[in-house]
Design a protein around this ligand. Sequence first.
Ligand SMILES: Nc1ncnc2c1ncn2[C@@H]1O[C@H](COP(=O)(O)OP(=O)(O)OP(=O)(O)O)[C@@H](O)[C@H]1O
Ligand SMILES: [Mg+2]
Length: 407
Amino acid sequence: MGDETSSKIKIKCEDVWKIFGDGAEDIIKNWDQYKDMNKVERLEKTGCVAGTRQASFKVAEGEIFCLMGLSGSGKSTLLRCINRLHEPTAGKVFIDNQDITALPAPELRDVRRKKIGMVFQHFALLPHRRLVKNAAFGLEIQGMEKKEREKKAYEALELVGLKGWEKSYPYELSGGMQQRVGLARALATNPEILLMDEAFSALDPMIKRQMQDEFVKLIKKVKKTIVFVTHDLHEALKLANHIAIMKDGAIVQQGTPAQIVLNPAKGYVEEFVKDLPKTKFITAQDIMQKLDKWVMPVGSSSEEVTNKMNENNLRYIFLVDENQKIQDTVDYFNLTLLDGFFKSIEDIPKNKRPTHYPTISVSSDTFLESLLDQAADTKVPIVVNDSQGKLQGVISRETILSSLQSA
Ligand SMILES: Nc1ncnc2c1ncn2[C@@H]1O[C@H](COP(=O)(O)OP(=O)(O)OP(=O)(O)O)[C@@H](O)[C@H]1O
Ligand SMILES: [Mg+2]
């Protein structure tokens, strides 16, 4: 996703609390008295359990947001507050800027049916129904007529790789395939939002990895906003655009996978990430430098180019056209040799141009690990392009080396 300020916020939770037990409001009001107790002490004293405490987060449209934490940390409770399967004790939830917490029951039902799909850990398939009927279940509830809903169910099953299995029964499938049906059922209603609770946790490690890979590809195609609950840090790092780490009902840190891995909050999160190979999580986006010092318009004079390179102590600079596409790469040493003879770089005969360096360009989500391999093949800084080939940032060898030190 893009940066948060420019993307539309799809889901917003503001200070959401869910206390199980009587007298919950009182506990929230006097939280200071209870905050240093552990769960059991609190339960003895108050008869209540704090499922989720003061949780705030935003999910931008089209992103995967992971709630990660150990068992009992409050992930499922918070997830269920989003569509009010759990009624929040305090706080607000907004979807598309609509206050979900204030909706009367019929409207809430409408939002749930039209906008939200859920996928659970234990598939929750109907054992006596063929896959097509399982996948069509949500549509059936919506009252869609049979022919149309089965058509959509076929499409959803194809999307998750189960074409040809439509007439089978759940017991004929492996766990991974059953979870695909769960996913197809959620996708069949074409919801804008998917709430997924440990969707892949029951699968064997190998099937799980395969499902994660396919899921990432699938989601790029169907463009959903997803809140994904997992207790598996690797899974969160692999899937998420943003992660919120939960402990004892509260969110203790939020950030991109790279931010979490590189700057873990002291203590709890630090413990989680300490053994991770950092180069697998830092991306080109995280370390690239802004363009200003690295580019000049393609018509610049060699004097202008030399001056800018001197000022910034650069060995290479990129000449770009008005669309921010690289037209040439200038090597300082060649340029100074030629200086004085030509007014503009473009006046230099092609065969004498201080250029023709092959630039290595990568996309912003390339991992540092792979940048390292590529940097070995070139002295010229690596450039980061968007999908249209427009320059976004530059990564010099020095940047790569210094980011390795913090890795
Ligand atoms: N319906 C309920 N009634 C009472 N307490 C509950 C209820 N649901 C959850 N809790 C408590 O709230 C806390 C958070 O539970 P939650 O299920 O949200 O954790 P979780 O992070 O999803 O854990 P797991 O990884 O095991 O699924 C736990 O202490 C749990 O015992
Ligand atoms: Mg849970």
